[in-house]
Structure formats: structure tokens, C-alpha cells
Design a protein around this ligand. Structure first.
Ligand code: SF4
Length: 444
């Protein structure tokens, strides 16, 4: 059972020395209670206290980092079963599979796609994460060649999938410093796999068909000195995956079986309905999902679903405040101010584009709240608008001094005029009417 901050505080040395990086022991205790700090950071805790605190305060699902450099990503460190209870923190890595029976050109084409393909959605660039290189041939040479072809194209995170320790050893010589994820240690071969993982500082997938066997296997690998683990449930069906992934998450977050507290791996290519497998993997706790090189529609669906599931349900999706252009606006183009709630931005932008009136959108920071809510909460006010005009250089972009504000912000019109010196025009309440409004009302 998790300890409360005050209980944890009682066990701390209370030197307030800041060596843990926190200003006081109490703030460190609060972080520990939230699973956001590691007991190892306090050098004054004795082993007994570390054991007690460590067992109850470390995140129930271990954080595991995959790859190195710009495109590396972290998975795990999750706390809840249901997204609405808090949020899910680390989106799963989506890895395109390539096989060592493919030609070098084919492997390179898939890797290039992973490297370059981007879907821009609600202001975020969504990408696939890396490649899973499968030793289908079973031979050492073909596998080394396939890994070399991936390495030549991009320095992306990789999963090395092979049952042959010799093939993995040959591949790791080529890419070991990029810390690939090795798939997979089983009850039979885990010692050899742990030797490889330790030698190259790699993360290791453990694979077993039951939760009990997996828990034993993670314990065995930790005893061998490999603690950065990911678990493959080896599901035979999608139903099997959902029931076992849910049970594993529940047993880990309640700390009933802490040996199951590792991120999950899912090979979606083994299922007839791969799209369904990817969707279930994203929703039901998979942290590394291997897919075939997906067709465009499936790729967009996977990236979109992942973005939606891994946004914080308590925080509205926000646009970055700034001055945005619609078309190629000139010095006499209208300036429309609105809030940085992404839905407001994209709705208005769509109507402005179809109006074919080139204009500027001045997006101000209301912490993602809508117009009506931000006016009521005082998050949209004359100071924010004045500061945004200055900060984003609106005065140098246009020769006039007229600002169109949303209809629901009309109570602020007088105060905005006073604070900015700009003439305020109150626009429509409904964004759908903006085209007609601009045609009739806009005269620079
Ligand atoms: Fe307290 Fe330990 Fe942090 Fe020092 S290092 S402030 S004793 S928790």
C-alpha cells in the first residue's frame, strides 16, 4: 500500500540539506509520495529505510528509455488504470517491422519513411518511433546486413527481434551503442540474453505465456543485473492480450505483483486484423507496438489515436500563442484576436480560409480555455491582449490599428481599447459568420 507524504517524511533524516535536489525533506517526501522522485537521491537514508520507501514510492511501472539522441523515447512510469483517473504519461513507441529477408533497398525505404513521415495535427508533429528488425532468415549474416541497412539510413530507436543469440551479438556490434531493445528473453535463454543486454547497455524484452511466468522471469533478469525490462505477454488472441494486459497493469499499480511493473510490448503484425491490434495496444497499455509498414490511412489512424489517448484529459489542448497568417495578408489585412484553445483556433481558421480574406490571427494565452470561459475566469483580459500585440510585433505587420475580438469577449472591448490604443471591433459570436462579417464590416 502506498505511503502518504507525512508517513514518508517521518522516515526521512530531516537534515534539509538539499542534496536530493529538493529544498526541504518535506518537498522530497511529497515528490516521493507522488512517485516523482527516487529514494536513492537522499544519501542519508539507511538501507532499511530505502527498502521500505523504495517498495512503496517508486513508480509502479518502471520508466524505460529506448534509443539515444533526439528520437529516443521513454515508456512506462504510469500510475493509473483509467485515463480519466489522472492521465497516461508516456505514449507507446510505434515501430515499423522490417525483415532480414527484404532487400537493402526495401529496408532502406521503410526506414526512410519512419525517419521522415510526419502527421501535423492540432499543432503537434506526430511521428513513428523506429524500426523492429526481424531475423526471419534465422541466419547471422543476413541479420547483420539488415541491421547495417537500417543503421545506414537513420539513427532511430530499434528493436532487434531474434531467437538466435549469435545473430543478436553480430547485430549489436553494429548498433549496440544506440541501446536497441532486444527481443526476447524467455525462461530458457534469459541468461544468454542478459549477458548481451549487459554488455551493450540494452533494454530487454522478456516473454512468457502467463503472468506468473513473466513475474518470475523479470525477477530472474533483475537478479542477472538487467533491470530495464519490457514484457511481451505472448498473446494468442486480441482478447487474450486485453485481459492479460489489464491484469498486469492492475497487479502492478496496486503493487500486488511488483515484478509485473514493467512496460508492455505488443507485436501487432501477428494478428489478422492489425489495425484492431494497434488500437487495442494503444488503449490497453502497450508501450512498444511493432507494426508492418502501415498504409497511409492506418498510419494516420494510429498516430491520431495515440495522440488522443495520451493527452491529459484535465488539460485542454492548446495552441502556442502567436501571430498566425491565413493566406498572405498585407499591411491592411484584418487582425482577429482569439484564445489558444485549439478547437477555437482550428474552427476559426477553417472559416477564415474559406472566406478567402487574407488576415492575421492573434492567438493569446488563456491556458487553453475557450473564449466564454476565459472571459468569465479573467484569463482573457486587456493586459494579455496588450502584451500579445507587443510581443508578437503586430504593430509592424499592419499599418492600421483595428482589432477584431470574438463576440463573446464584447464586455472587454472598452478596456482593450484603453489598454492598447487600438480601435476594437466586436466580431460575431459564431465563427461560421466570420466570412460574412469581414465582407460587410472590414474597411482598413
Ligand atoms: Fe532531506 Fe535527504 Fe533531501 Fe537532505 S537529501 S533534504 S536529508 S531528503
Amino acid at each position: 500500500m502506498a505511503l502518504k507524504a507525512l508517513d514518508i517524511y517521518k522516515l526521512l533524516p530531516k537534515k534539509n540539506c538539499k542534496e536530493c535536489g529538493d529544498p526541504t525533506c518535506l518537498t522530497f517526501a511529497m515528490k516521493l509520495a507522488g512517485g516523482k522522485a527516487d529514494v536513492e537521491l537522499c544519501p542519508y537514508l539507511d538501507e532499511n529505510a530505502k527498502a521500505v520507501l523504495g517498495a512503496t514510492t517508486r513508480p509502479p511501472i518502471k520508466l524505460v528509455k529506448l534509443g539515444v539522441g533526439e528520437r529516443s523515447f521513454a515508456v512506462g512510469e504510469e500510475f493509473v488504470l483509467y485515463r480519466h483517473d489522472k492521465t497516461f504519461y508516456h505514449p507507446p513507441g510505434l515501430m515499423f517491422a522490417v525483415s532480414d529477408t527484404m532487400s537493402e533497398n526495401e529496408i532502406s525505404a521503410v526506414t526512410t519513411r519512419v525517419r521522415d513521415e510526419t502527421l501535423t495535427r492540432v499543432g503537434a508533429d506526430l511521428k513513428f518511433n523506429g524500426t523492429a528488425i526481424v531475423n526471419t532468415s534465422g541466419t547471422v549474416d543476413a541479420y547483420a546486413k539488415a541491421v547495417a541497412a537500417v543503421e545506414k539510413t537513420a539513427g532511430l530507436p530499434e528493436v532487434l527481434v531474434s531467437e538466435n543469440p549469435d545473430a543478436l551479438a553480430a547485430a549489436l556490434v553494429l548498433c549496440g551503442s544506440y541501446r536497441p531493445l532486444i527481443h526476447a528473453a524467455t525462461p530458457k535463454n534469459y541468461r544468454a540474453m542478459c549477458v548481451l543486454a549487459k554488455q551493450h547497455g540494452c533494454r530487454l524484452v522478456v516473454k512468457a505465456p502467463t503472468l506468473e511466468a513473466l513475474a518470475q522471469l523479470t525477477k530472474d533478469c533483475v537478479a542477472e543485473g538487467v533491470a530495464n525490462l519490457v514484457m511481451d505477454l505472448a498473446p494468442a488472441t486480441l482478447g487474450d492480450f486485453v485481459s492479460r494486459s489489464t491484469a498486469a497493469r492492475q497487479l502492478a499499480i496496486t503493487r500486488a505483483m511488483p515484478d509485473l511493473g514493467y512496460p508492455l510490448y505488443l507485436d501487432a503484425t501477428t494478428f489478422e486484423d492489425e489495425d484492431a491490434a494497434i488500437a487495442l495496444g494503444i488503449v490497453k497499455y502497450a508501450s512498444v507496438i511493432v507494426t508492418s509498414p502501415l498504409k497511409s490511412a492506418s498510419a494516420k489512424a494510429a498516430l491520431t489515436l495515440r495522440q488522443n489517448i495520451y493527452t491529459d484529459p484535465q488539460k485542454p489542448i492548446q495552441m502556442n500563442p502567436g501571430l498566425y497568417r491565413v493566406g498572405t495578408p498585407g499591411k491592411d489585412a484584418p487582425v482577429l484576436m482569439t484564445v489558444n484553445f485549439s478547437l477555437t483556433y482550428f474552427t476559426l481558421q477553417g472559416y477564415l480560409e474559406s472566406s478567402r480574406v487574407p488576415c492575421f490571427m492573434l492567438i493569446v494565452d488563456t491556458e487553453g480555455l475557450s473564449v466564454l470561459t476565459s472571459v468569465a475566469a479573467g484569463k482573457l483580459n486587456e493586459t494579455i491582449v496588450r502584451d500579445a500585440i507587443k510581443k508578437f510585433g503586430v504593430e509592424t505587420e499592419v499599418s492600421h490599428r483595428k482589432l477584431i475580438i470574438p463576440g463573446y469577449a464584447s464586455p472587454l472591448s472598452g478596456r482593450i481599447e484603453e489598454a492598447t490604443g487600438w480601435k476594437v471591433m466586436v466580431g460575431p459570436r459564431d465563427a461560421a459568420e466570420i466570412g460574412e462579417y469581414l465582407t460587410q464590416e472590414w474597411k482598413p
